[in-house]
Design a protein around this ligand. Sequence first.
Ligand code: HEM
Length: 481
Amino acid sequence: VVGIALGIIYFSRSREKAEPPLDKGIIPWLGHALEFGNDVAKFLTRMKRKHGDIFTVRVCGHYITVLLDPNSYDAVLNDAVSLDFNVHTKVLMERTFSLCLPNYSADTAWMKRRFQGPSLAKLSSTMQLHLRTLLKEEEGSCSPGEWKQAGLFSLCYSVLFRAGYLTLFGTEKSHNPTEVTAVYKAFRTFDGLLTKLARSTLKKEEKKTATLSQEKLWEMLFPAWLSNRKDSNSNSWQQSYRCHLEEQGVDPEMQKRAMLLQLWVTQGNAGPAAFWLLGFLLTHPEAMQAVREEIRGLTKLKDGSLQHHLLDTLQNCSTPVFDSVLRETLRLKAAAFITRVVVQDKILPLASGQKYRLRKGDRVCLFPFVSPQMDPEIHDEPEQFRYDRFLNTDGTEKTSFYKGGVKLQYYNMPWGAGKKACVGKAFAVSGIKQFVFIFLSRLELELCDPTATVPPVNPSRYGFGMLQPSGDLEVRYRFRT
Ligand code: HEM
């Protein structure tokens, strides 16, 4: 016991000159792990109040320096010499997806080619086709004028997931609705356990469920025909990704696992984002009215049905109200961590003029959700949804936001920033926008309880991209005649 005690004292770290305030927590080694895992937004907000915009905390033996001053973010985002972008991602990929890829940067470059530039228009139009078909199928299952009741989160996630899955992973063989439903179900089970998988906090039974859903998804996403080289003249997104992996020397087992990573990266955020957006519109009638007016304006502009010209219309006409609603939704509900590993000691200069020393082996973490997104110095009443927060009075996009009298470059960061910013942003925005516009123009949608508000957030999802609700928001809908 004495040896352990001496060991703890000997290896215990103390704050050195020019280092950020150090808060190790009272539990040896674990440090603040419990609070960090339970509700990291609440924990970091508390730490910010205690220590200011920069501090180092201990979590499961790791020392994490958290920086919460958006005016200083560039010093982290732009440093690819002292800070490594990929080490942490690799650890998470291994822990969560049992996946090891040889060259993560090549993967991102491949994604950029497939989700930006000329490929984007093709993907967006395929997405539109699938959204329409899915809603037609749903309409076919209702009698005229029939009201249906559903949880809005499940409804949005299921429709956007299916459309996205068919766009990227669809083949003639997989257009079978039963198969798509099976993939969606297994995905939701896996997604529900993902944060625990990433934190290695699964209970025994949960571990079994996670492994089973993972294995099911590997088989469904990488069917036998896909590993058959004779089929490689197929031009599908899925086939093309497999060829890319093969060129990287990835073996078939890892190719299988990489497909699940792709499914999560491409489908895990858009459905929840669409849910919060529609949830805010339904619970803020003035916002719903403004968006509906914008949709009506577009329909008139095109002198015909929005249905047939949707994609052209959305690409060629500006939709400032919808854009502001989406920005505001993401400000409130997108909460990814931006993590880097310090690979050599670094002096971090802050906008205030102060300089801090970062130690090799530590992590640096930005959490834009706390600042700028929920920072009361930047956004007035930050916890409130205001559909026009990102609109000037003349209807143009508002881009001037200040902290301490300084105009901010980073006043909303749902997509990250710098070299590792989201490569799927344009595809995600296009999908969410199409979904919301088709939904609102084809369906009458209302809250079951007119006094309901959006459900609270599931706090364990902070740090993992789009937040998800605890519970759901019950709605009823019917197709317009
Ligand atoms: C990275 C958010 C949808 C592909 C990121 C990051 C954020 C983010 C914050 C940066 C993480 C970091 O700095 O470490 C979102 C949100 C989405 C969304 C809020 C939807 C509402 C998508 C979609 C795709 C996608 C639909 C693919 C089609 C990626 C990829 C990266 C990334 C590949 C990694 C980039 C890299 O490592 O350089 N996303 N994303 N995302 N996102 Fe998204």
